[in-house]
Design a protein around this ligand. Structure first.
Ligand code: ADP
Ligand code: MG
Length: 263
């Protein structure tokens, strides 16, 4: 029987730092290609989960499979299949790198030490920037001088330059203007149609809920996992965030409104 391809299978993963458990018994899986959104309050372990999936952090317990490969037994393979787009705020803006260097370095880093960029690498760099909607005139510009939206697109280009099958994006919409947000969401949906899955950590699912296949509500453990309409209930959101959460239903989809409310 034909078996559907699984991009990611996380099995009872417990992980943390220096023996302190941050994530407990995390299990979920996603078919390929699809878009998974991870939500949860600050300190919920969202970034920790991404780091564990990419193999920067070794789980204390449990297993992770990427396209059927056991992640910890095939780290170099996993890193070819997955690209990580870190939180933009954590990418040092004082480093005077130019747009093309950031993307090219992303490619060279995965080719191993002492490799020299070839014509193919330069071409791939240009193509990745184009795919990520960075206009050509920014090729030579300093990363630190770009707007938040453009910086985010450059980081996505850097992730795409190695032609991954899964993108992990950590809060890609923070300090990104609404039009760029929309462009990035549509880009991720287009990538999905071309066989690239995305795992997106975000505080605000509303702009992308219609493109979302799975939602993982996380607070140190899995509060809920499944289709958006199953997961995004007032009860689940309140459980995850520990506050009462308003949910608006629109066209059969629930929109969560998280924040301070004054009647
Ligand atoms: N490098 C680290 N060393 C020790 N503790 C960490 C480290 N990174 C994160 N933590 C702790 O793990 C918990 C979850 O952090 P994180 O995964 O960054 O949460 P989120 O991304 O959901 O805000 C927090 O309590 C944080 O203090
Ligand atoms: Mg985080």
């Amino acid at each position: 029987m034909f078996e559907e391809e699984k991009a990611l299978v996380v099995e009872e993963v417990t992980a943390g730092y220096n023996g302190n458990i941050v994530l407990k018994d995390i299990s979920f899986e996603m078919l390929h290609p699809s878009i998974l959104v991870i939500m949860g309050p600050n300190g919920a372990g969202k970034t920790t989960l991404l780091k564990t999936i990419i193999g920067l952090l070794r789980p204390y317990k449990g297993r992770i499979f990427v396209f059927g490969h056991n992640a910890w037994e095939n780290l170099s393979k996993i890193r070819k299949l997955i690209s990580y787009v870190p939180q933009r705020e954590r990418v040092s803006e004082s480093v005077p790198l130019r747009v093309r260097d950031i993307v090219l370095l992303g490619r060279m880093a995965k080719k191993g030490p002492l490799s020299i960029p070839s014509r193919v690498d330069i071409k791939a760099t240009k193509e990745a920037l184009k795919k990520a909607l960075v206009p050509r005139e920014f090729w030579d510009k300093k990363f630190s001088e770009l707007s938040g939206g453009l910086q985010q697109k450059v980081l996505i280009a850097r992730a795409l330059v190695t032609e991954p099958k899964i993108l992990l994006l950590d809060e890609p919409f923070s300090a990104v203007d609404a039009p760029s947000q929309r462009e990035i969401i549509e880009l991720l949906a287009r990538l999905r149609s071309k066989g690239v899955s995305s795992v997106i950590v975000t505080h605000d699912i509303n702009p992308l809920v219609e493109y979302t296949d799975y939602v993982l509500l996380l607070n140190r453990r899995v509060i809920a996992f499944g289709k958006p309409e199953e997961v995004l209930t007032g009860e689940n959101l309140s459980k995850a965030y520990g506050i009462s959460v308003k949910v608006l239903a629109h066209k059969g989809v629930c929109y969560a409104i998280i924040g301070d409310y004054h009647a």
